[in-house]
Design a protein around this ligand. Sequence first.
Ligand SMILES: Nc1ncnc2c1ncn2[C@@H]1O[C@H](COP(=O)(O)OP(=O)(O)OP(=O)(O)O)[C@@H](O)[C@H]1O
Length: 317
Amino acid sequence: MIRVSHLVKTFSRRQGGLFSRSVQTRAIDDLSFTVAAGEMVGYLGPNGAGKSTTIKVLTGLLVPTSGEVQVNGLVPWQERRRYVAGIGAVFGQRTTLWWDLPVAESLALLQHVYRIPAARYRQNLAAFTELLELGPFLQTPVRSLSLGQRMRADLAAALLHDPPLLFLDEPTIGLDVVARERIREFVREVNRERGVTVLLTTHDLSDVQRLCPRVMIIDGGRRLYDGALEELQRRFGGERQLVVDYQEPPLRPEVEGATLLSVDGPRVVYGFRDLGAAELIARVTRQAAVRDLRVLEPDIEATVRTIYEQRLLHREH
Ligand SMILES: Nc1ncnc2c1ncn2[C@@H]1O[C@H](COP(=O)(O)OP(=O)(O)OP(=O)(O)O)[C@@H](O)[C@H]1O
């Protein structure tokens, strides 16, 4: 569905005053990847990594310096009209709808832009109105919508013409938990029910955790990782923790296979990595009578932050 091969995009700008010279930035530096039909892929990377540039090339807004791109069998920046009929895009930072028009009229205009057959348009509009609960604000001008409402209207707009591929760029930015969850649920539904392929760019890892079995990480315009988020957690994540409340403060709290992180009266916190939680719990309960215990998973946001900050993936590249 998406095939990117040896993609390079350089930007040049002039720097300095009287003796100004041209400075080149390689936003994308020999990037290759493929995405198959029906996949949901999270596209991650620190600020300035080259994510937006990739999406702009894939949506046909930018022409690359070199390399090849094929999406739905077409080259995005050629045959624009045919190409845009096969993709949908939602950019969290800006709307693709008409600012002064009510949502319903914006959507009706899109029917004409994409030449959507009337019956199909009515069907999709009804389905999205229900799934995204658009009803209460269909007659509201786009400029008066809340951010969450606008994002829902934008999602409907992006999918009205039944594109098989959807680009989502920060679709949950600035939204509260409920609004975020509703959008994720909708994206999951269109992927499952309509087979829509999704490429999701986000800084919110919980979006990716909930939606994307596959994650790609880029930095400096290069692909550093392609796999599951959990695999990163396993390789670079901190220890898991077991918090144990013993019946009595233990005389010898040490347990083989776990590090002792803290002892506070009857509460002991263990760190563990290789040992399974069930085995550690078995060892703990053999040791002394236990009143309560819980396992704390390491924070995936913190793990990925460390990967970016310490450039852990660069080292192995
Ligand atoms: N129009 C442009 N002219 C010059 N340099 C640009 C232009 N667009 C992007 N760049 C540079 O290309 C690099 C990649 O930028 P890009 O916006 O693709 O990163 P990003 O991963 O989307 O970052 P963010 O997470 O901050 O949105 C950066 O160094 C940026 O400064």
